[in-house]
Design a protein. Structure first.
Length: 300
């Protein structure tokens, strides 16, 4: 039942009908098409070079997955440590032991760094904030609905109830205080939420990567760059691009923070102590051309 519950949560997070603002931007695809980067046939009828569209979307999906992974994993780790520190010996949340301020501060540091990295890409930054705020709003409503139906929890799932209460408390605190003018970026927020839903960090990265890839393909169809049937094959191809993007960041994290020596002691004693440096050393995109094209969207 636990595995089914986690799978169901993953399905819900990946649902295109979830009102999180997933279609709030085109990932630079619309700007690229307006700049005629996909080519046009000589008949002037707007038949785009499908191979160019596929190459652009593939590069964008890989770059997006690579950049977001560091922030998703950071948010995921913050939630894990929050759960560990706020559960007492009776396996219930003890408000007196709860120290959400520490974890709020860690989240703010990560969120503010996320803003610093993508602030120059105004449309992308705006979309990240919209999606983060939307995901936060939906998740709070989702969890509140769960805890209000307390009868669904049995004696064997008391731990799940306590987890949901803590998650709701943490997310409401984030919504109330935010991180200043920057708001809530989707990366760390998604990591926090998936951690409380008992999904692994890597699963969270793949779910968000899929959502981003799906939105790019949907944009391509909406702009009539590819047909609906061709889009099915394109989305399937993006699986490899997303996987590669995630793998790059995971390798960067591993190479910059090997599990031995002094770093191992720091991680084991205080997993959050070097969290910021992990993100700084591993958060990167892979396609500067797309990063340059995307801001042109506001000039359309």
């Amino acid at each position: 039942d636990s595995d089914l519950s986690k799978a169901w949560s993953a399905y819900m997070l990946a649902d295109s009908g979830l009102p999180t603002g997933g279609f709030s931007h085109s990932s630079g695809i619309e700007a690229a098409s307006q700049l005629s980067l996909f080519g046009e046939n000589y008949s002037g009828r707007g038949t785009w070079n499908e191979a160019s569209v596929r190459a652009f979307v593939c590069a964008s999906a890989r770059s997006t997955a690579q950049l977001s992974t560091a922030f998703v994993l950071a948010g995921h780790e913050i939630a894990i440590q929050c759960k560990k520190s706020t559960v007492n010996q009776y396996n219930s949340v003890d408000p007196a032991l709860s120290n959400l301020n520490l974890f709020m501060q860690k989240w703010k540091e990560i969120d503010e760094y996320n803003y610093a990295i993508i602030a120059s890409n105004t449309p992308g930054c705006r979309a990240s904030l919209d999606q983060g705020a939307g995901m936060l709003r939906v998740s709070i409503h989702w969890l509140r609905n769960k805890v209000e139906r307390k009868e669904q929890y049995t004696n064997s799932t008391t731990e799940n109830f306590n987890n949901d209460i803590l998650a709701l408390e943490f997310l409401e605190a984030i919504q109330k205080h935010g991180s200043g003018s920057e708001g809530y970026h989707i990366g760390a927020i998604f990591g926090i939420i998936t951690s409380f839903l008992n999904l692994s960090g890597e699963e969270a990265c793949h779910i968000l990567g899929y959502c981003a890839a799906r939105d790019m393909v949907s944009t391509s169809v909406r702009l009539n760059l590819v047909g609906p049937l061709a889009a099915v094959g394109m989305l399937d191809e993006l699986r490899v691009a997303v996987k590669d993007g995630i793998a790059v960041t995971l390798n960067l994290i591993e190479s910059n923070h090997p599990q031995d020596g002094v770093v191992k002691g720091i991680i084991n004693d205080d997993p959050l102590a070097c969290l910021r440096s992990k993100v700084i050393l591993s958060a990167s995109s892979s396609c500067p051309i797309i990063d340059t094209i995307h801001p042109c969207h506001d000039l359309l």
